[in-house]
Design a protein around this ligand. Structure first.
Ligand code: ASP
Length: 339
């Protein structure tokens, strides 16, 4: 029986970094040569793999939509030749890339698992070898045909994941959706929609993404309407309002009026909660209803990363604003639970 074959793309990030005069930075060739010294990657239970190192390798803090496009196009170019894909990526913007790819890779029927590490692969006690070997093994043996993040024993839906710890190896969480798999537990059956996707004969197509002017406005007690006005005067297409609790904002008339006026001008305003868990429901409190009446849309239980990349994806498709608004409220790739 031929072994599954996995394509590993190293885009940059801590996992392949070395100490340089300027601090830790990715160094070309280092990750590939280091992996060759680690026997666990050549165990008989492991799949065949190739490693493609990007040039340049980047710290993911420098990533932009152009990098999402590069990765999506790379997967598409190699799609027919491999059984699954592992993307090695910096942790800082890993959840953004995972979310963006989930919208861009349409008709995906093979696993795409994004991982990285908090400690460089070649340093003592690194989480890199374990994260990469698990991702590799899962890509070959647990073919969830969607974009996932693997980190510290957990396989998460990519567009539900978020970085929650700056140093700890348990750095990612999926606050509103259970892990797809936990390396400590027995293999979970594939959810029904995934089984369907696996048997589907979809061919992969890549939706292109271009940078979009989107702003984020976080509420805090005493926040002024002038500050909101300054943001809304910018030529933005969408505003993500980080509200309180179930989606509440101060009910001052001028604050709500500013949002209503922006909505009238065609700015798409999405309400996300500052709470890590739970969903926006603007029908609960008067302070939430005022937002809904001003035309603000619920972001339900989406992560900030999923919301920003979904907006990028939809706004890049040249759809009428009304259609973008409709799609923002719908579950497109498993990124939200309501709507
Ligand atoms: N700054 C690094 C990056 O995101 C952090 C990491 O990889 O953990 O590329």
């Amino acid at each position: 029986m031929t072994k599954p074959s996995i394509y590993i793309a190293y885009t940059g990030g801590t996992i392949g970094m070395q100490q340089t005069a300027q601090g830790f930075a990715p160094v070309a060739g280092f990750l590939t040569s280091h992996i060759k010294t680690l026997p666990e990657f050549y165990h008989e239970a492991m799949p065949e793999f190739v490693i493609k190192e990007y040039d340049p390798l980047i710290d993911s803090a420098n990533a932009s939509p152009a990098d999402w496009q590069l990765i999506a196009d790379d997967i598409a170019a190699n799609y027919e030749d491999y059984d699954g894909f592992v993307i090695l990526h910096g942790t800082d913007t890993m959840a953004y890339t995972a979310s963006a790819l989930s919208f861009m890779l349409q008709g995906l029927a093979k696993p795409v698992i994004i991982t990285g590490s908090q400690i460089p692969l070649a340093q003592p006690h690194s989480d890199g070898p374990s994260n990469l070997s698990h991702a590799l093994y899962l890509a070959a043996n647990y073919p969830a045909p969607e974009v996932c993040v693997f980190f510290d024993k957990k396989l998460l839906r990519g567009n539900r994941s978020t970085k929650v710890h700056a140093e700890d190896v348990d750095a990612f969480a999926s606050p509103n959706y259970p892990p797809l798999f936990e390396a400590d537990s027995a293999m979970l059956p594939l959810p029904e929609h995934q089984q369907k996707a696996l048997t589907a004969t979809n061919t992969l197509s890549v939706a292109n993404i271009s940078p979009q002017p989107i702003s984020i406005f976080t509420l805090y007690p005493g926040v002024s309407t002038e500050l909101l006005d300054t943001v809304l005067q910018q030529p933005i297409k969408a505003l993500i309002l980080q509200s309180y609790g179930a989606g509440n904002a101060p009910q001052h008339a001028n604050f709500i009026d500013a949002l209503a006026a922006a909505n009238q001008r065609g700015v798409i305003i999405i309400n996300l909660s500052q709470c890590l868990q739970g969903s926006v429901n603007m029908a609960v409190y008067a302070t939430g209803k005022a937002l809904a009446d001003a035309g603000v849309l619920s972001g339900y239980d989406m992560t900030l990363e999923a919301t920003i990349t979904k907006l990028h994806f939809l706004l890049s498709q040249n759809m009428p604003i009304a259609e973008v608004k409709l799609a923002m409220k719908k579950n497109v790739q498993g990124e939200l639970s309501d709507g």
